[in-house]
Design a protein around this ligand. Structure first.
Ligand SMILES: Nc1ncnc2c1ncn2[C@@H]1O[C@H](COP(=O)(O)OP(=O)(O)OP(=O)(O)O)[C@@H](O)[C@H]1O
Length: 297
């Protein structure tokens, strides 16, 4: 599968939710879509899933416009945190109707997942807890086996053991039936190990699209004597810094060559990796109290 966006623009009235987004993703990989509240993640995913039409620019899925395109729509499943408060159907009946429109739906696997999540199939979905409703959404998302599976903050309300089942099943599914998964999430530290690639959007703009390993290898924290650290990071992109007495810690973003890394160590500095969550926080942060913005942009 291939999803390609070119100058994608989405406006709600005068509000620009997606601001000339360009990227291309392809293959059977797990993509993490990250961004702060209101960044535009759901808007982007809704266009991919043909729930919404962009204002301008283009999106193609395997070369075709997905909007109202039944060929493409049946290859995509888009699960998000739905409001089931008016839904009187039981889980059992909801499963039957989910199956009707999804050509690859695996009923046995869905029933297995329902068991794993301990959902009562005879209960109307509106009577399930929020976390159980989310587990049902995960069940539909995984059991649909759609070539493009989009899960938009689908874990809301799920407790830690249920989320653990979700992540394990997702990885097993990716081995058994590889497909393109797009996971939008705020649980960055908990879910980062799942991602092959990361797409980060901020205020409607694409901030980066990188292979996960490449991205985390670009972040490093340099710690040591303040003067030596300042000298070492002079030509680097600094995204955060902290100081305690004469010791300074600076988070940098950008390639650090082997020579530079050895140079830092020779100068008595400590070089440690930066978790994706910290990169996410600092790459998307607003101006700090002194009015200084990250030097990345
Ligand atoms: N139907 C709508 N009408 C008007 N504005 C909207 C609509 N849906 C979203 N927006 C606005 O568009 C922007 C992007 O919203 P979107 O839901 O895509 O963000 P998000 O990244 O999914 O956020 P969150 O992480 O909080 O779910 C926000 O400023 C939001 O207020």
């Amino acid at each position: 599968m291939n999803v390609s966006c070119s100058e994608l623009l989405l406006k709600y009235g005068n509000h620009i939710a997606l601001d000339h987004i360009n990227f291309e993703i392809q293959g059977e990989k797990i993509y993490g879509l990250l961004g702060r509240n209101g960044a535009g993640k759901t808007s982007l995913l809704s266009i991919m899933a043909s729930f919404r039409k962009q204002t301008a620019g283009s999106i193609t899925i395997n070369g075709e416009d997905p909007f109202e395109n039944s060929n493409i729509m049946e290859q995509i499943v888009f699960m998000y945190s739905k409001n089931y408060s008016e839904e009187s159907e039981t889980i059992q009946n909801m499963l039957k109707s989910a199956q009707r429109y999804r050509p690859n739906f695996d009923k046995d696997y869905a029933e297995y997942l329902i068991g794993r999540f301990q959902l009562d199939v005879k209960k109307p979905i509106k009577k399930l807890s929020k976390g159980m409703q989310s587990a049902f959404n995960v069940t539909i998302g995984l059991a649909s086996r759609a070539p493009i599976t989009i899960l938009d903050e689908v874990y809301l309300g799920m407790d830690a053991p249920s989320r653990d089942i979700f992540y394990k099943e997702l990885l097993q599914e990716q081995e058994r039936h590889p497909r393109m998964f797009i996971l939008s999430t705020h649980l960055v530290s908990e879910m980062e190990y799942l991602f092959d690639e990361v797409i980060l959007i901020n205020k409607g703009k694409l901030l980066l699209h990188e292979d996960f390993d490449t991205l985390v290898s670009k972040g490093a924290t340099i710690t040591g004597d303040k003067e030596i650290v300042d000298d070492f990071v002079r030509s680097k992109k600094c995204i955060n810094e902290q100081q305690l007495g004469g010791t300074k810690s600076v988070m940098i973003f950008g390639e650090l060559t082997e020579v530079e890394r050895n140079d830092a160590i020779d100068r008595g500095l400590e070089v440690t990796p930066v978790p994706l969550q910290d990169l996410f926080i600092h790459l998307t942060k607003e101006e700090d109290a002194n009015g200084t913005k990250s030097r990345l942009f």
